[in-house]
Each structure stands twice: as C-alpha cells, then as structure tokens.
Design a protein around this ligand. Structure first.
Ligand SMILES: NC(=O)c1ccc[n+]([C@@H]2O[C@H](COP(=O)([O-])OP(=O)(O)OC[C@H]3O[C@@H](n4cnc5c(N)ncnc54)[C@H](OP(=O)(O)O)[C@@H]3O)[C@@H](O)[C@H]2O)c1
Length: 262
C-alpha cells in the first residue's frame, strides 16, 4: 500500500451503517482505505471496497481501548493520512440506573476516549504536513438531553463541541475538521442499543447512504458542520431555542422502553 499513488482515508466503524457508506464514498472518490471495526465483518467490508478498485486494509480492533487505537495507527504505519473519518460509535438505551456499567463505559470509551485518542494521534501528522481532513460523526442527539439514552447523548454533545473547538484550533493549519450530525438513521444502531421497543427505534429513519453522502461532501468542502436532512435541520433549530427540560421530556417520549408499538 505504501507504493499507491492514491490518497488514504481511514474510516472507523466501516463494517456497517453510516461508516460503511462513508468508506464507499471514499473509495468511489479514489481514496485507498484503512477501515476498522471490532468484529470480523470488517474483513468482508474491506474485500468489497477492494472490488471498487482501491486498496483496502481491514483492522479488527476494539476502539474503546487505547490498545485498539494503537493497533489501528500501527496499521497506518508511516503513510500520510489524507482523511480521517472518526465514525465508530454505539448507543445504549434504557434508564441509566438500570444499565450495566461495563456497557456504559464501553459507550463512553468508544464514542469519546477512543475517538479523541485516534484524532490526536492522526491529527498531529496532518498538522505537521499542513494538510488533512477530519470528519467526526457527532449527532443531533448532542443538542438534546437524552432521557433513556442519557450517556449516549452526552457523548455526542461532547463530540459536537469538541469538533468545533478543534476546528478553530486548527484554523490556518491546512487541516479541516467537519462534524457530521445525523438524525435517526436506518442502521444496526438501535438494535445494538437495545432500543427496538421504543418509538424512535420503530420510527421511519434516514437512509445511511444519504447521510454519508452529505457528510462526505461536507468534509471535502471543509465545512464546519452539517446536519443531514431538512427535518433534522428544523429539529436542531427548534432545539436551540427550547428549554433543556422540555427537550428532555420530548426525548423521554421517543426513547422510553416500551414507548413503541407492541
Ligand atoms: N443510526 C443513527 O440513528 C445515528 C444518528 C446519529 C449519529 N449516529 C452515529 O453514527 C455512527 C455510526 O453508527 P451507525 O448508525 O452506522 O451504527 P452501526 O451500524 O451500529 O455502526 C457502528 C459501527 O461502529 C463500529 N464500532 C462500534 N463500537 C466499536 C468499537 N468499540 N470498536 C470498533 N468499532 C466499533 C461497529 O463495528 P463493530 O460491530 O465491529 O463493533 C460499526 O462498524 C455512530 O458514531 C453513531 O453514534 C447514528
């Protein structure tokens, strides 16, 4: 791969959902790929991306751990990263006091600790070279206190905020930071978060291919943030002028266990 003339994109959480679609966009646009996820399915994904005419390396690693992130950066080796799409993340439904703490911690460590550790390691190389693109998958969930998904929404509030701050720290460095903020999207997310019995889990959702297209294009333009879909744009505009208590109550109606149709 060191010989390839193509630029390199590193995409985390590329085995399924939004990350898989983001990696496809990278391949369609001539990026070689290093793709990462925690389960063996990532190897099949890499195989599919190779079928698109680019080089693709799969890294199976738990990005909630520093060792997992180190495994990914070791696979990158000395090759310059042109685009880092830090997308891996997971949700967790149910009441906070009823959640298993190991799972709570895994959400925080995946969405926050592993993500910022990876961005710091790869971002330093980008800054030194004076070029690079970073896309962080935040969420419109970051605008709303997530009743019955409290920890997840808080991690996304962290990422939405972090992305903007880092962008401004890197102003004039040649490195852009873009935050993709999807709304509810049709992926394995809600099943993995054990939220299929909720209203939001059962509602019609956005197509991950559309969400990824919006995010990829925003990253290539170097935009600061992008909310995918007009209905989500409207929702965030309303959220910005709605009291937090009211937002938390609205979220309860969407995410409370059993709130969906039986
Ligand atoms: N779906 C939505 O409604 C929605 C809305 C807003 C934002 N988002 C965000 O979009 C991103 C992608 O989610 P998705 O909806 O596409 O869900 P998804 O289909 O469940 O995909 C999540 C991806 O992240 C990987 N991943 C999760 N934890 C990991 C870990 N510890 N180490 C390595 N890889 C890990 C998964 O791979 P493994 O299975 O191998 O772990 C998978 O490839 C997440 O950051 C999520 O928070 C989703």
């Amino acid at each position: 791969m060191a010989e390839s003339p193509r630029p390199l994109a590193v995409v985390t959480g590329a085995s399924t959902g939004i990350g898989h679609e983001l990696a496809k966009h990278c391949a369609e646009n001539g990026f070689d790929l290093i793709v990462a996820a925690d389960e063996p399915r990532i190897h099949e994904a890499a195989q599919a991306f190779r079928g698109m005419g680019v080089e693709a390396t799969a890294v199976e690693a738990d990005l909630a751990t520093l060792e997992g992130v180190d495994k990914l950066t070791a696979a990158i080796g000395g090759r310059p990263v042109d685009a880092l799409l830090a997308n891996a993340g997971r949700g967790l439904g149910k009441g906070f006091l009823d959640q298993d703490f190991d799972q709570v911690r895994h959400v925080i460590d995946t969405n926050v600790t592993g993500t910022v550790y990876l961005i710091q390691k790869v971002g330093r190389g980008m800054r030194a070279r004076g070029q690079g693109r970073i896309l962080i998958t935040g969420s419109i969930a970051g605008f709303t206190p997530g009743t019955y998904q409290a920890v997840y929404n808080a991690t996304k509030a962290f990422l939405d905020s972090f992305a903007f701050a880092l962008r401004h720290e890197l102003k004039d460095s040649g490195v852009t930071v873009t935050c993709l903020m999807p709304g509810a999207t049709e992926t394995e997310f809600f099943e993995r978060a054990d939220m299929l019995d909720t209203k939001v889990g059962q509602a019609k959702k956005d197509d991950p291919a559309d969400v990824a297209k919006t995010g990829f294009e925003a990253m290539m333009r170097g935009d600061g943030d992008v909310v995918s879909g007009w209905h989500n744009k409207l929702q965030t505009a309303i959220a910005s002028v709605t009291p937090a208590g009211m937002l938390a109550e609205q979220h309860r109606k969407m995410a409370e266990p059993g709130s969906g149709q039986k």
